[in-house]
Design a protein. Structure first.
Length: 348
Protein backbone atom coordinates (compact mmCIF):
# COMPACT_ATOMS: atom_id res chain seq x y z
CA UNK A 1 0.00 0.00 0.00
CA UNK A 2 1.08 3.62 -0.41
CA UNK A 3 1.42 3.98 3.37
CA UNK A 4 4.12 1.27 3.28
CA UNK A 5 6.62 3.52 1.47
CA UNK A 6 7.54 5.59 4.54
CA UNK A 7 8.11 2.52 6.69
CA UNK A 8 10.15 0.92 3.89
CA UNK A 9 12.46 3.94 3.51
CA UNK A 10 13.09 4.00 7.27
CA UNK A 11 13.81 0.27 7.29
CA UNK A 12 16.21 0.55 4.33
CA UNK A 13 18.03 3.34 6.19
CA UNK A 14 18.44 1.06 9.21
CA UNK A 15 16.11 3.12 11.39
CA UNK A 16 13.33 1.88 13.64
CA UNK A 17 9.80 2.34 12.33
CA UNK A 18 7.86 4.33 14.98
CA UNK A 19 4.85 2.61 16.48
CA UNK A 20 2.48 5.32 15.20
CA UNK A 21 3.42 4.64 11.56
CA UNK A 22 0.69 2.56 9.94
CA UNK A 23 2.71 1.15 7.06
CA UNK A 24 4.90 -1.94 7.01
CA UNK A 25 8.26 -2.28 5.23
CA UNK A 26 8.33 -4.35 2.05
CA UNK A 27 12.13 -4.17 1.59
CA UNK A 28 15.17 -4.30 3.86
CA UNK A 29 16.28 -6.15 6.95
CA UNK A 30 13.81 -8.48 8.58
CA UNK A 31 11.48 -8.55 5.55
CA UNK A 32 10.95 -11.81 3.71
CA UNK A 33 9.61 -12.21 0.19
CA UNK A 34 7.24 -14.91 1.46
CA UNK A 35 5.64 -12.56 4.00
CA UNK A 36 5.32 -9.70 1.50
CA UNK A 37 3.79 -12.02 -1.09
CA UNK A 38 1.18 -13.11 1.45
CA UNK A 39 -0.15 -9.56 1.73
CA UNK A 40 -3.20 -9.42 -0.52
CA UNK A 41 -5.11 -6.31 0.61
CA UNK A 42 -4.75 -2.63 -0.22
CA UNK A 43 -7.01 0.27 0.76
CA UNK A 44 -7.52 3.14 -1.69
CA UNK A 45 -9.35 6.44 -1.46
CA UNK A 46 -10.43 9.62 -3.20
CA UNK A 47 -11.48 12.74 -1.27
CA UNK A 48 -10.63 16.07 -2.90
CA UNK A 49 -8.97 17.04 -6.16
CA UNK A 50 -8.16 20.72 -5.67
CA UNK A 51 -11.61 22.37 -5.69
CA UNK A 52 -13.50 19.16 -6.60
CA UNK A 53 -14.87 17.09 -3.71
CA UNK A 54 -15.80 13.42 -3.70
CA UNK A 55 -15.72 10.46 -1.31
CA UNK A 56 -14.71 7.06 -2.71
CA UNK A 57 -13.02 4.16 -0.95
CA UNK A 58 -11.63 1.01 -2.54
CA UNK A 59 -10.48 -2.33 -1.23
CA UNK A 60 -8.24 -4.55 -3.34
CA UNK A 61 -8.04 -8.15 -2.17
CA UNK A 62 -6.29 -10.65 -4.40
CA UNK A 63 -7.65 -10.29 -7.90
CA UNK A 64 -10.76 -8.35 -6.87
CA UNK A 65 -11.24 -4.59 -6.59
CA UNK A 66 -14.21 -3.29 -4.59
CA UNK A 67 -15.19 0.36 -5.15
CA UNK A 68 -17.57 2.12 -2.77
CA UNK A 69 -18.88 5.52 -3.89
CA UNK A 70 -20.36 7.32 -0.90
CA UNK A 71 -21.60 10.21 -3.04
CA UNK A 72 -22.34 8.45 -6.35
CA UNK A 73 -24.12 11.50 -7.77
CA UNK A 74 -20.78 13.38 -7.67
CA UNK A 75 -19.74 12.01 -11.05
CA UNK A 76 -16.05 11.59 -11.89
CA UNK A 77 -15.98 14.19 -14.67
CA UNK A 78 -17.23 17.06 -12.47
CA UNK A 79 -15.31 20.18 -13.49
CA UNK A 80 -11.86 20.67 -12.02
CA UNK A 81 -9.83 23.56 -13.41
CA UNK A 82 -6.44 21.83 -13.45
CA UNK A 83 -7.85 18.70 -15.10
CA UNK A 84 -9.65 20.57 -17.87
CA UNK A 85 -6.64 22.68 -18.77
CA UNK A 86 -5.43 19.45 -20.38
CA UNK A 87 -6.58 19.12 -23.98
CA UNK A 88 -7.31 15.40 -23.67
CA UNK A 89 -9.86 16.05 -20.92
CA UNK A 90 -11.46 18.87 -22.87
CA UNK A 91 -11.80 16.66 -25.93
CA UNK A 92 -13.26 13.87 -23.77
CA UNK A 93 -15.90 16.29 -22.48
CA UNK A 94 -16.64 17.68 -25.94
CA UNK A 95 -17.08 14.18 -27.37
CA UNK A 96 -19.42 13.33 -24.52
CA UNK A 97 -21.55 16.42 -25.15
CA UNK A 98 -21.67 15.53 -28.85
CA UNK A 99 -22.90 12.00 -28.03
CA UNK A 100 -19.85 10.41 -29.65
CA UNK A 101 -18.75 8.17 -26.75
CA UNK A 102 -19.74 4.59 -26.06
CA UNK A 103 -21.29 3.42 -22.79
CA UNK A 104 -17.99 2.78 -21.01
CA UNK A 105 -16.40 6.04 -22.17
CA UNK A 106 -19.48 8.04 -21.11
CA UNK A 107 -19.50 6.66 -17.56
CA UNK A 108 -16.98 9.32 -16.53
CA UNK A 109 -19.72 11.94 -16.89
CA UNK A 110 -22.55 10.02 -15.24
CA UNK A 111 -23.49 9.17 -11.66
CA UNK A 112 -21.76 6.01 -10.44
CA UNK A 113 -23.21 2.88 -8.83
CA UNK A 114 -22.90 2.97 -5.03
CA UNK A 115 -20.67 -0.07 -5.21
CA UNK A 116 -18.70 -1.81 -7.93
CA UNK A 117 -16.72 -5.03 -8.07
CA UNK A 118 -14.09 -5.89 -10.68
CA UNK A 119 -11.99 -8.94 -11.49
CA UNK A 120 -8.67 -7.23 -12.21
CA UNK A 121 -7.14 -10.27 -13.91
CA UNK A 122 -9.94 -10.54 -16.47
CA UNK A 123 -10.84 -6.84 -16.56
CA UNK A 124 -7.73 -4.74 -15.78
CA UNK A 125 -9.38 -1.50 -16.92
CA UNK A 126 -12.33 -2.00 -14.53
CA UNK A 127 -15.08 -1.72 -17.13
CA UNK A 128 -17.38 -4.64 -16.27
CA UNK A 129 -19.06 -4.16 -12.89
CA UNK A 130 -19.78 -7.53 -11.26
CA UNK A 131 -21.62 -6.15 -8.21
CA UNK A 132 -25.06 -7.21 -9.47
CA UNK A 133 -23.92 -10.63 -10.70
CA UNK A 134 -25.27 -13.37 -8.37
CA UNK A 135 -22.19 -15.45 -9.14
CA UNK A 136 -20.08 -12.91 -7.23
CA UNK A 137 -22.52 -12.22 -4.36
CA UNK A 138 -20.32 -13.88 -1.74
CA UNK A 139 -17.22 -11.99 -2.90
CA UNK A 140 -19.14 -8.71 -2.90
CA UNK A 141 -20.48 -9.27 0.62
CA UNK A 142 -17.04 -10.18 1.93
CA UNK A 143 -15.39 -7.12 0.36
CA UNK A 144 -18.15 -4.84 1.62
CA UNK A 145 -17.81 -6.06 5.21
CA UNK A 146 -14.02 -5.87 4.95
CA UNK A 147 -14.10 -2.23 3.84
CA UNK A 148 -16.66 -1.26 6.49
CA UNK A 149 -14.44 -2.74 9.19
CA UNK A 150 -11.35 -0.89 7.93
CA UNK A 151 -13.14 2.48 7.79
CA UNK A 152 -14.47 2.11 11.33
CA UNK A 153 -11.17 0.83 12.73
CA UNK A 154 -8.98 3.57 11.25
CA UNK A 155 -11.29 5.54 11.88
CA UNK A 156 -11.90 7.38 8.59
CA UNK A 157 -12.00 11.11 9.41
CA UNK A 158 -13.46 12.06 6.02
CA UNK A 159 -16.94 11.15 7.15
CA UNK A 160 -16.86 14.65 8.61
CA UNK A 161 -16.84 17.50 6.07
CA UNK A 162 -13.38 18.97 5.58
CA UNK A 163 -14.48 22.30 7.07
CA UNK A 164 -15.47 20.50 10.29
CA UNK A 165 -12.07 18.81 10.41
CA UNK A 166 -10.31 22.14 9.85
CA UNK A 167 -12.18 23.65 12.80
CA UNK A 168 -11.97 20.71 15.19
CA UNK A 169 -9.39 18.13 14.16
CA UNK A 170 -6.34 19.60 12.46
CA UNK A 171 -4.49 20.38 15.71
CA UNK A 172 -4.42 16.66 16.53
CA UNK A 173 -6.18 14.48 13.94
CA UNK A 174 -5.22 11.21 15.64
CA UNK A 175 -6.71 12.26 18.96
CA UNK A 176 -9.82 13.62 17.24
CA UNK A 177 -10.29 10.33 15.40
CA UNK A 178 -9.96 8.23 18.52
CA UNK A 179 -12.29 10.51 20.50
CA UNK A 180 -14.88 10.31 17.70
CA UNK A 181 -14.40 6.69 16.72
CA UNK A 182 -17.89 5.58 17.77
CA UNK A 183 -19.50 8.61 16.12
CA UNK A 184 -17.62 7.96 12.86
CA UNK A 185 -18.74 4.33 12.98
CA UNK A 186 -22.33 5.52 13.20
CA UNK A 187 -21.83 7.84 10.21
CA UNK A 188 -20.46 4.89 8.20
CA UNK A 189 -23.60 2.93 9.11
CA UNK A 190 -25.84 5.80 8.00
CA UNK A 191 -23.91 6.15 4.73
CA UNK A 192 -24.27 2.41 4.13
CA UNK A 193 -28.06 2.67 4.26
CA UNK A 194 -27.70 3.42 0.54
CA UNK A 195 -26.64 -0.22 0.03
CA UNK A 196 -30.02 -1.51 1.24
CA UNK A 197 -33.28 -1.71 -0.69
CA UNK A 198 -34.99 1.63 -0.13
CA UNK A 199 -37.87 0.10 1.84
CA UNK A 200 -35.36 -1.30 4.34
CA UNK A 201 -33.39 1.93 4.53
CA UNK A 202 -36.34 4.29 5.12
CA UNK A 203 -36.52 4.08 8.90
CA UNK A 204 -32.76 4.61 9.22
CA UNK A 205 -32.90 7.65 6.93
CA UNK A 206 -35.81 9.08 8.92
CA UNK A 207 -33.86 8.68 12.16
CA UNK A 208 -30.76 10.32 10.67
CA UNK A 209 -32.71 13.33 9.38
CA UNK A 210 -34.32 13.79 12.80
CA UNK A 211 -31.02 13.48 14.69
CA UNK A 212 -29.72 16.27 16.91
CA UNK A 213 -26.27 15.61 15.41
CA UNK A 214 -25.66 17.75 12.30
CA UNK A 215 -23.27 15.17 10.84
CA UNK A 216 -25.97 12.50 10.98
CA UNK A 217 -28.47 14.80 9.27
CA UNK A 218 -25.79 15.61 6.69
CA UNK A 219 -25.27 11.94 5.86
CA UNK A 220 -28.99 11.19 5.90
CA UNK A 221 -29.42 13.74 3.12
CA UNK A 222 -26.52 12.33 1.12
CA UNK A 223 -28.22 8.93 1.32
CA UNK A 224 -31.44 10.54 0.05
CA UNK A 225 -29.53 11.93 -2.94
CA UNK A 226 -27.98 8.50 -3.53
CA UNK A 227 -31.46 6.94 -3.74
CA UNK A 228 -32.69 9.73 -6.02
CA UNK A 229 -36.41 9.92 -6.69
CA UNK A 230 -37.02 6.81 -4.59
CA UNK A 231 -36.47 9.12 -1.61
CA UNK A 232 -38.94 11.78 -2.84
CA UNK A 233 -41.10 11.06 0.22
CA UNK A 234 -38.48 12.88 2.29
CA UNK A 235 -38.96 16.11 0.32
CA UNK A 236 -41.04 17.76 3.07
CA UNK A 237 -38.34 17.06 5.68
CA UNK A 238 -35.63 18.17 3.26
CA UNK A 239 -37.44 21.46 2.63
CA UNK A 240 -37.53 22.15 6.37
CA UNK A 241 -33.84 21.38 6.75
CA UNK A 242 -33.03 23.43 3.66
CA UNK A 243 -34.86 26.44 5.06
CA UNK A 244 -33.94 26.46 8.71
CA UNK A 245 -31.24 24.01 9.77
CA UNK A 246 -28.52 25.62 11.88
CA UNK A 247 -25.74 24.01 9.85
CA UNK A 248 -24.97 25.53 6.43
CA UNK A 249 -23.75 22.26 4.94
CA UNK A 250 -26.87 20.41 6.09
CA UNK A 251 -28.95 23.11 4.41
CA UNK A 252 -26.81 22.73 1.26
CA UNK A 253 -27.18 18.94 1.17
CA UNK A 254 -30.94 19.29 1.60
CA UNK A 255 -31.14 21.76 -1.29
CA UNK A 256 -28.85 19.50 -3.32
CA UNK A 257 -31.20 16.53 -2.85
CA UNK A 258 -34.22 18.63 -3.82
CA UNK A 259 -32.43 20.11 -6.83
CA UNK A 260 -30.98 16.86 -8.14
CA UNK A 261 -34.47 15.36 -8.23
CA UNK A 262 -36.35 18.46 -9.45
CA UNK A 263 -38.38 18.57 -6.22
CA UNK A 264 -37.67 22.22 -5.44
CA UNK A 265 -35.54 25.17 -6.58
CA UNK A 266 -32.22 24.80 -4.70
CA UNK A 267 -30.84 28.22 -5.64
CA UNK A 268 -32.27 30.45 -2.89
CA UNK A 269 -30.96 28.18 -0.14
CA UNK A 270 -27.55 27.60 -1.69
CA UNK A 271 -26.95 31.28 -2.47
CA UNK A 272 -27.99 32.16 1.08
CA UNK A 273 -25.58 29.57 2.49
CA UNK A 274 -22.78 30.93 0.29
CA UNK A 275 -23.34 34.46 1.51
CA UNK A 276 -23.29 33.36 5.16
CA UNK A 277 -20.25 31.09 5.05
CA UNK A 278 -17.11 32.59 6.59
CA UNK A 279 -14.97 29.56 5.73
CA UNK A 280 -13.25 29.09 2.39
CA UNK A 281 -13.34 25.31 2.79
CA UNK A 282 -17.04 25.32 3.59
CA UNK A 283 -17.81 27.72 0.73
CA UNK A 284 -15.86 25.50 -1.65
CA UNK A 285 -17.98 22.51 -0.59
CA UNK A 286 -21.10 24.53 -1.34
CA UNK A 287 -19.68 25.56 -4.73
CA UNK A 288 -19.06 21.89 -5.50
CA UNK A 289 -22.83 21.43 -5.19
CA UNK A 290 -23.39 24.45 -7.45
CA UNK A 291 -21.24 22.94 -10.22
CA UNK A 292 -22.90 19.54 -9.78
CA UNK A 293 -26.40 21.01 -10.08
CA UNK A 294 -25.44 23.24 -12.99
CA UNK A 295 -23.41 20.79 -15.08
CA UNK A 296 -25.02 17.46 -14.16
CA UNK A 297 -28.33 16.01 -15.18
CA UNK A 298 -30.29 18.48 -13.02
CA UNK A 299 -29.23 21.39 -15.30
CA UNK A 300 -30.02 24.11 -12.75
CA UNK A 301 -29.28 27.54 -14.22
CA UNK A 302 -26.96 28.96 -11.56
CA UNK A 303 -25.42 32.42 -11.68
CA UNK A 304 -22.66 32.86 -9.09
CA UNK A 305 -20.00 35.54 -8.75
CA UNK A 306 -17.73 36.93 -6.03
CA UNK A 307 -20.62 39.15 -4.92
CA UNK A 308 -22.36 36.05 -3.55
CA UNK A 309 -19.54 35.23 -1.11
CA UNK A 310 -18.09 36.72 2.04
CA UNK A 311 -14.65 38.35 2.07
CA UNK A 312 -13.38 35.54 4.30
CA UNK A 313 -14.46 32.84 1.86
CA UNK A 314 -12.92 34.68 -1.10
CA UNK A 315 -9.42 34.20 0.35
CA UNK A 316 -9.60 30.49 -0.55
CA UNK A 317 -7.72 29.35 -3.66
CA UNK A 318 -10.36 26.67 -4.23
CA UNK A 319 -13.14 29.25 -4.17
CA UNK A 320 -11.23 31.42 -6.65
CA UNK A 321 -10.80 28.47 -9.00
CA UNK A 322 -14.52 27.73 -8.83
CA UNK A 323 -15.36 31.38 -9.55
CA UNK A 324 -13.03 31.39 -12.57
CA UNK A 325 -15.18 28.60 -13.98
CA UNK A 326 -18.62 29.74 -12.82
CA UNK A 327 -18.11 33.41 -13.70
CA UNK A 328 -16.06 33.67 -16.92
CA UNK A 329 -16.50 37.46 -16.88
CA UNK A 330 -14.61 37.82 -13.59
CA UNK A 331 -11.22 39.54 -13.43
CA UNK A 332 -9.57 36.32 -12.28
CA UNK A 333 -10.95 34.33 -15.22
CA UNK A 334 -9.91 37.01 -17.71
CA UNK A 335 -6.41 37.13 -16.23
CA UNK A 336 -6.11 33.34 -16.39
CA UNK A 337 -7.21 33.29 -20.04
CA UNK A 338 -4.64 36.00 -20.80
CA UNK A 339 -1.82 34.01 -19.19
CA UNK A 340 -2.74 30.84 -21.08
CA UNK A 341 -3.00 32.72 -24.38
CA UNK A 342 0.39 34.40 -23.78
CA UNK A 343 1.96 31.05 -22.93
CA UNK A 344 0.54 29.41 -26.06
CA UNK A 345 1.77 32.29 -28.24
CA UNK A 346 5.30 31.84 -26.87
CA UNK A 347 5.19 28.13 -27.69
CA UNK A 348 4.02 28.78 -31.24
Amino acid sequence: QFIDFGATVLNLAGLDVPAQVDGRPFLGAGVSATEVSARDEALGYADRFDEKFDLVRTLRKGKYEYVRSFQPFNYDGLWNNYRYIMLAYREWLELHKAGMLNESQSQFFRPRPTEMLFDIEKDPHEVHNLAADPQYAAVLASMRVGLQAKLKTMPDLSFYPESTLADQAFDNPVRFGQNHKAAIGKLVDIADLSLLPFAEAQSGIEAALASSDASERYWGLIVCSSFGKQAAGFAVTARKLSASDGNLLVRTRAAEFLGLNHLDDPRPTILDCLSKSKSGIEANLILNTVVLLRDGDARVDFSVSSKNLSREALTSDGVQRRLEYLDPSSDNAAAKRGKIKKKNNKKS
